[in-house]
Design a protein around this ligand. Structure first.
Ligand code: CMP
Length: 142
């Protein structure tokens, strides 16, 4: 399996709970390397555009409100099979259904306030990385 890149967000709930370090520790222990990172406070417009794929879902408005309530950490992760590996380390979207030892199980509160976001496939990973990181901010791919 080739080295892959994926996109990750440490959400406002985890940032305000001072769990940035705890999240990154789980990611690194899981075999993922942080190759770009930035703290941002999303505007409503940015959050709506980032999550546009969910615009018709009933939780869209609440999700945008949550994602703009405080700063987040956006990051690019690299590693073998990074997209699937990140999803494994994060655990299920709903913390109540996440496996023991996963980030969402340990740090998530509910299906909305679930501590982290990760890309769900290669196309999304490319789009989400490009949304936050200009190519010049990333190390060249191997
Ligand atoms: P995330 O992986 O960032 O993708 C979409 C987000 O919407 C999800 O994590 C949750 O924060 C939020 N969300 C809220 N309700 C739901 C739901 N019922 N199903 C999926 N995602 C939800």
């Amino acid at each position: 399996m080739a080295i892959e890149r994926t996109f990750s967000i440490i959400k406002p709930d985890a940032v305000s709970a001072t769990k940035i370090g705890a999240v990154i520790s789980k990611l690194e222990t899981g075999g993922l390397r942080v190759i770009a990172s930035r703290m941002v406070h999303l505007t409503g417009d940015q959050a709506r555009r980032f999550y546009a794929v969910h615009k018709d879902r009933p939780f869209y408005g609440a999700l945008v409100k949550f994602m703009t309530e405080g700063p987040i950490v956006v990051q690019v992760l690299e590693g073998e099979n990074a997209i699937a590996r990140n999803r494994e380390v994060m655990g299920a979207t709903n913390p109540a259904e996440a496996a023991d030892g996963t980030i969402r199980k340990e740090l998530g509160t509910n299906i909305e306030r679930n501590a982290v976001h990760g890309s769900d496939g290669p196309d999304t990973a490319r789009q989400e990385i490009a949304f936050f990181f200009p190519e010049c901010d990333l190390p060249p791919a191997e």
